[in-house]
Every structure is written in C-alpha cells, then in structure tokens.
Design a protein around this ligand. Structure first.
Ligand code: ATP
Ligand code: MG
Length: 411
C-alpha cells in the first residue's frame, strides 16, 4: 500500500522479499497488487485477493499520519470495531518517553488500535505492531508496516511461525537447485540442454535466468508433487545436464557471484591475485573486493587507462603497443605479467578493450576485449567480442576475466 510505490519513487522490495519467504515456507503466492493510500482501494484489493487466496499480507499504511489508512480500511471492510489495546498504549507511551517526548502525540494513538478478534504481532523495531485479522468470510489478513526493517522482523518472528501452524498439513515447500554458468550464451546453452533432455522431466521445472554476468539455470520441484523423491529427481536431472553445463559451471550458493567460487579456491590454495585494468577502470578490483575476507586473496591492482601508464606502471614494452595496439593479445598478456611481478602475487588478471560508444575501428570494433590470466605455470589470453552498451561491455569484461581465472583454478 502506498502512493510512493505507484509513483515509482519506492520500489516494492517488500513484495520480493515476502515472495521468497513464503515460497521457502511452502506457500504458493498467487498474486501481488499495489494500491494507493486510499481506504476504498485498500478494502477492495483485500476483498478481491481473498477470493483468490486464504492468506493476504498487506504492507504499508500502518503509520500515524492521515495517509495511513490500512488498519481502518480493513476493519471497516470486515465490519470489525476497533478498540484501543491498553498494553499497546502503554508500550507506545513508554517508547515516546524514551525518545524524550513528554506525551504521546495524538496521531500515534491510532497505532494502539486493534480490530476486534485480531492478534497483535509485536514490532520491537517500531511503533506500529503487525496485526493478524481473521476475515469474517474465512481466510486471514496480515497487516504489516511498510518500513522494510520492521516488516521483515515481524514476518520472521511473528508471521511465518503462525502461518506455518495455520497451514501445517498443506505446505508445499519448493525444492530448488541452481546451476550457475558463465561464458556461454543463453541460446547456445538452452539448445544444448534441450538436446540432453529431449523428453519430459515433469514434475521438475527448468528455467533459464540470463544476467549480464552469465546464465543461471534453476531446477525446481514442488514437494507436494514429488513428495520424498523430490530431491532425488532434481539430482537426476542435474546429473543428466552435467556434460553440457560443467565446463561453464561455478558454485556460489551465497551470492551467485563467480567471485565467491574464485575466492574460495584461492583461499584454499593459499594463493593471491592482482589485476591490471584498462577499459573496466577498476570494476574487476571492485568485484574481487566485494566479499568479506577478500584481503586474504586480493593484493591490489593497477588501473592503466593510457598507453604511458601501461608502460610505466606495468612495464609493458612500448614497442608491443606500437606494433599490436593496446587492445591485443600481446598487451593483455604483458599487462597481466606486469601486475603479477609488481604485486608479487601467484595470479594476475588483465583486461584491455574497447568499451565504446566511441573508439572502435573496423579491425577492433566496440566490444572487442582481450582478457588474460597469468599464473604459476600458465598463461592464457582470450579474445571476446561483447554485445551491449558501454556498461554492458565493462560488466561482461570483468566477468570474462574472472571466468578465465576460475577455469584455470579448476584445472
Ligand atoms: P510508518 O509507521 O513508518 O508510517 P507505514 O506502515 O505507514 O510505516 P509506509 O508509510 O507505507 O509504512 O512506508 C514507510 C517506509 O517504508 C517508506 O519509506 C516507504 O518508502 C517504505 N516502503 C513502504 N512500502 C514498501 C515496499 N513495498 N517496499 C519497499 N519499501 C517500502
Ligand atoms: Mg506511513
């Protein structure tokens, strides 16, 4: 609930977060609506949703200001009287005293109001509690504040445990498996997957989720359908796909980021990495330092945007740049060697390319990128021609360099 959501000033992250929590618990989500701060609209939406679902979660509009109408709207729609809960009143008064107010502002009194028959869901992080309201015609409505921190707290501590009990015998948790790949186009991957899985894999569902940094495959199965064999079925499909996906696959359960896989391998081997970047301007270093504990594996990097900086900071031979150009296999390798020796690491990565929109030529059009990896006994450079705008080329370049390191470490 909220005009700011309709206007696009606030993005509905609450809905996304709740969707994940409910799916994890085994509650299939049928629909999501966004409505204005308008009592009639709120009441109408709740009534409509109740035709479709047994549980309706409403977030937002529980605050103390005149545009916060959710509590009253739902009570009116259900014909339930609101009464002031003395315990909530005492809590509110104490809260305001703690923050230096001598008395409770009149507007806040509404936050102590509870529809008849509703259960109060404690909100230790804010002033408006959540409410669990039984709908007179059947079903349940949960009212939550819009502030994400408060909404999440009440959901985890109060709502999910109660909902789990209410729907105990009918929960359908979704089992899922992620196969994360990088370095293969979605169309190519889906073609190869179709060849491996010509028949039906029902009740397992397979989805391709392309990102700038790679393509994720998600395998899901609703447990109700596969019961105890669900996990086993997922494993079977995963094993069938292994020959196709394994060369491009990385494991990153926490972040979905290949950096997670690379960092884990480096840390396990007690090895370090440095970077030399041109067109990505530090993006690769940013990626590598994005995870906690990165100081264990990442020693530093050099952003060498100009030719002289490549020569002076990395020791790239000027003649190499003159004869091959800055965007070339020879220079990419020389940049990585330079970073590795100057920062004294086990591994080094380099990127040199044309991010665009200007700067392209017939021989080296926009999107032309060389990445290189140099390690203890290996040197490898890779040429790519990336689609996309400047940002797309930069993100893909950093990802390609990381993927290159990942594949060398896997060997
Ligand atoms: P308060 O007591 O603070 O007024 P409230 O229940 O009235 O809480 P809102 O006024 O609707 O909640 O929203 C409070 C804050 O939470 C706003 O900053 C709003 O942008 C943010 N917010 C509201 N709904 C969402 C949502 N669906 N996703 C993300 N943020 C949201
Ligand atoms: Mg508000």
């Amino acid at each position: 609930v909220g005009n700011e959501l309709l206007l696009g000033a606030t993005i509905d992250t609450n809905g996304a977060w709740l969707g994940i929590q409910l799916a994890d618990l085994g509650i299939p989500v049928r629909e999501r609506r966004v409505v204005a701060d308008h009592a009639g609209e709120i009441a109408h939406a709740v009534q409509e949703c109740l035709k479709n679902a047994e549980l309706v979660v409403v977030c937002g509009g529980l605050g103390p200001t005149p545009d916060d109408l959710t509590r009253q709207a739902v009570a009116d729609a259900f014909g339930l009287a609101l009464h002031t809960d003395p315990e909530l009143m005492r809590g509110l008064e104490a809260r305001f005293k703690r923050y230096g107010h001598t008395r409770l502002p009149e507007h806040n009194v509404s936050q102590a109001q509870v529809p008849q028959g509703a259960t109060v869901l404690a909100n230790p992080r804010g002033s408006a509690p959540g409410l669990l309201v039984p709908a007179p015609s059947g079903g349940w409505v949960v009212l939550l504040p819009g502030v994400p921190r408060e909404m999440r707290g009440i959901t985890l501590e109060e709502v999910l445990p109660r909902v789990a009990t209410l729907f105990e015998d009918r929960l359908q948790p979704i089992l899922q498996r992620w196969i994360r790949t990088t370095g293969i186009a979605e169309s190519v991957l889906s073609e190869r997957v179709s060849e491996r899985l010509p028949g039906s894999i029902d009740p397992v569902e397979l989805a391709f989720l392309p990102r700038l940094t790679g393509v994720d495959i998600r395998l899901t199965i609703a447990q109700g359908e596969g019961a105890s064999s669900g996990a086993h079925l997922l494993e079977e499909v995963e094993a069938l796909l292994a020959p196709v996906v394994d060369p491009f696959r990385y494991y990153a359960d926490e972040t979905g980021d290949v950096v997670e896989a690379v960092s884990r391998r480096l840390a396990r081997a007690g090895q370090t990495v440095a970077v030399a970047e041109s067109c990505t301007g530090g993006l690769l270093a940013q990626r590598l330092t994005g995870l906690p504990g990165s100081s264990q594996i990442f020693l530093g990097g050099l952003i060498t945007y100009s030719d002289p900086s490549k020569i002076e900071l990395l020791g790239v031979d000027a003649a190499l740049i003159a004869s091959h150009g800055a965007v070339s296999e020879a220079v990419a390798l020389a940049m990585a060697r330079g970073a590795r020796s100057r920062l004294e690491t086990d591994w080094a990565l380099s990127i040199t390319g044309v991010a665009g929109p200007g700067g392209g030529s017939e021989a080296k059009p926009v999107g032309t990128v060389w990445t290189a990896v140099v390690g203890p006994d290996t040197e490898h450079a890779q040429h790519r021609r990336f689609p996309g705008d400047r940002e797309g080329v930069r993100v893909r370049s950093a990802q390609a360099a990381l993927a290159l390191l990942h594949s060398r470490l896997a060997e």
